[in-house]
Design a protein around this ligand. Structure first.
Ligand SMILES: [Fe+2]
Length: 169
């Protein structure tokens, strides 16, 4: 619960505040993904997560540069959604009793993150369009496509791994 309001007065202020949370979201994800990669036993899932980690590092840089252009600094605001999703994901890994359940738990946790990111980038791209920030809108669209692709890769991995987890002892 917030004690003080940020008193955002218009769409540009809301856009700026949301970009700051998005930067924090991506920074948090660069810290969470290595643990997921380490715990993954499936080679296909591991390589998908490794590719998305390097994409995520690129997202940090691109969001940072949009913020620098907009405000002159790269200050962040805590993304509480990502903090909660990271805790939830970590709890799922603790609860997994075997490799198969661990792998599908990683997929579930990562897809929750991807769906949140897809929602955020879709919103930010629409706001950038409305604000006439054409370059931002193009970059946000590219990031959105990378998030959608990461989600598709996770869905493909889940088709196989969910069955294996279903057959695990
Ligand atoms: Fe991302």
């Amino acid at each position: 619960m917030k004690i003080f309001s940020a008193n955002l007065k218009n769409l540009e202020e809301l856009y700026t505040a949301s970009l700051k949370k998005t930067l924090d979201m991506e920074q948090q994800l660069t810290k969470v993904l290595p643990t997921m990669i380490e715990k993954t036993t499936d080679p296909e899932l591991r390589s998908g997560l490794q590719r998305h980690l390097s994409e995520t590092e690129g997202h940090v840089q691109r969001v940072e540069s949009m913020l620098m252009d907009l405000t002159g600094d790269n200050d962040t605001e805590t993304c509480k959604v990502m903090s909660a999703l990271a805790t939830e994901g970590s709890d799922m890994l603790t609860d997994a009793d075997n490799e198969q359940v661990c792998d599908v738990s990683i997929i579930a946790a990562c897809q929750q993150v991807e769906h949140h990111e897809i929602a955020i980038y879709g919103t930010l791209r629409s706001w950038a369009d409305l604000l006439g920030r054409t370059n931002d809108a193009a970059v946000l669209e590219q990031i959105l496509e990378e998030e959608k692709n990461a989600d598709r890769v996770l869905s493909m991995c889940s088709d196989k791994l969910n069955v294996e987890a279903d057959m695990a002892a």
